[in-house]
Design a protein around this ligand. Structure first.
Ligand code: C2O
Ligand code: CU
Length: 467
């Protein structure tokens, strides 16, 4: 499914020209300095103000949840209060965090039970655009609204708050009444195909919101793809935008994308630099439907004309791989609909016939579905790791490694680039082979999974152990 014609029409009508800068909802601060995040059910209208309520799950009654903004090196203290009817946890996506705070239920912590609390307390080593989301049955909890932005500002402010916009983009599946489609949650059809794709895009919880920008002034747009499975396709060249960074990590200088499509996979972020021209209103469009779909509109008003693209974001201190001494591993992705075959072992048992339906495990890494007791590999701290991934399935995937950033040194076209941008999630197309490289400098148990959350639940999840 794709954003439908109906959404396109409704979305355009909803696109009023209000100066809707994303509001920075302030979370309640407890006296001990913890921000309190209450995860609980909330009714909200996603489709139209006079439409049917959706039954969402939210942090502090809002989806996206409160935007957290801190400076690099600062501490983030969040007390999670679970008022859901099932266990939950929060993962701080892209933050090179201490392992015990990574928030992965069943690997780095136990799920926080209903009625219980958990305190997250960590420092953020890198400036950039990050996000947080539930990490227990994420396919269900993220689809219902449990996520938000985590923005880490540079030591010296580069863009002031008026010129720094967060766009948290989500792809909801609405039913005929315009409410969140809960009946189709967990559909095996989605799990074995492209994941849960929706029919209603929102930005900061609103369909096609409008933003007002001043001509000639430099803006940073932080795009976060919070969709369960949708890969967004945009073309920043259509509105003259340059890329400042990917997955939170800045490029050396703002760059124009090559070609006319940028893919933003589930979990990925991209920071764009825009200096709008007087009179040049523009939209950001999702280009995968037959007809481009505008999901954010920008109206340009008279500005100061003092913006410059000569912006250098200071890079974070990520250790560079030692390419002369690497440990190499290979990940073979199999399974899913229209599969090329291959055996799948789940909990020590080879799956056959009805097993796929009963276990709901249909994808595997190196023949093993889902979190096994044994990691994909164990390594010593500070070793340079290269993972070669071969996508032997009929679908694209968005592979995310926890606790580290890596460089995609090879996308399968025979060119090696040791200076490729740092990322925490890599896209891989059917039949593609990629190699990523990183220094495993962060001790602990780190998840490696497809961020199309249904794929992760249906087998595409493993972990690595850094001693
Ligand atoms: Cu954003 Cu393990 O995920
Ligand atoms: Cu996938």
């Amino acid at each position: 499914m794709r954003p439908s014609r109906r959404q396109f029409v409704q979305g355009s009508m909803a696109a009023t020209l209000a100066a809707a800068f994303p509001t920075n909802i302030h979370a309640s601060l407890a006296t001990d300095g913890f921000i309190e995040f209450t995860a609980g059910p909330t009714k909200k209208k996603l489709f139209r103000e006079d439409g049917t309520d959706s039954q969402l799950w939210t942090y502090n009654k809002s989806s996206p949840g409160p935007e957290i903004r801190v400076k690099r090196g600062e501490r983030v203290k969040v007390r999670l209060i679970n008022q859901l009817e099932e266990p939950t946890s929060i993962h701080w996506h892209g933050v090179r965090i201490a392992n015990a705070m990574d928030g992965v239920s069943g690997l780095t912590q136990d799920g926080v039970l209903p009625g219980e609390t958990f305190e997250y307390d960590f420092t953020v080593p890198d400036a950039g655009t990050y996000w947080y989301h539930a990490h227990n049955k994420s396919w269900n909890q993220v689809a219902r609204g449990l996520y938000g932005a985590l923005i880490v500002e540079e030591d010296e402010q580069v863009f002031d708050r008026d010129h720094d916009l967060t766009l948290v983009i989500d792809d909801w599946r609405l039913d005929r009444e315009g409410a969140l489609d809960i009946a189709s949650m967990g559909s095996l059809m989605d799990w074995s195909h492209g994941g849960r794709l929706g029919n209603w895009l929102t930005v900061n919880g609103k369909p096609t919101p409008g933003f007002e920008l001043r001509s000639g002034e430099a803006y940073r747009l932080r795009l976060i793809n919070a969709s369960n499975a949708r890969t967004l396709e945009i073309d920043p060249n259509r509105f003259g935008a340059l890329v400042l960074g990917y997955d939170g990590q800045p490029l050396k200088e703002p760059e124009k994308i090559s070609g006319s499509r940028m893919l933003i996979g589930s979990g990925q972020r991209v920071d764009l630099l825009v200096i709008p021209k007087s009179g040049d209103n523009f939209s950001i469009e999702e280009l995968s439907p037959d007809q481009p779909f505008a999901f954010a509109n920008f109206t340009i008003i008279e500005g100061a004309d003092n913006g410059s693209a000569d912006i250098r974001l200071v890079s974070n201190n990520i250790p560079d791989p030692d390419y002369a001494n690497t440990r190499d591993f290979r990940l073979h992705m199999i399974g899913g609909a229209m599969s090329n075959g291959g055996e799948i072992v789940y909990k020590g048992k080879k799956l056959q016939g009805e097993d796929f339906r009963t276990t709901r495990q249909v994808w595997a890494f190196n023949g093993v579905a889902n979190l096994a007791d044994e990691p994909f590999f164990s390594i010593a701290r500070n070793e340079t790791i290269i993972i070669e991934t071969f996508n032997d399935t009929s679908f694209m995937h968005a592979m995310h490694l926890h606790g580290h950033h890596f460089r995609i040194i090879d996308s399968g076209d025979g060119v090696t680039n040791h200076n490729a941008p740092w990322m925490d999630t890599y896209m891989i197309k059917p039949a593609q082979t990629t190699r990523i490289a990183f220094v495993a400098d962060n001790p602990g148990k780190w998840l490696l999974h497809c961020h199309m959350l249904e794929h992760a639940a249906a087998g595409m999840t493993t972990w690595i152990n850094v001693a």
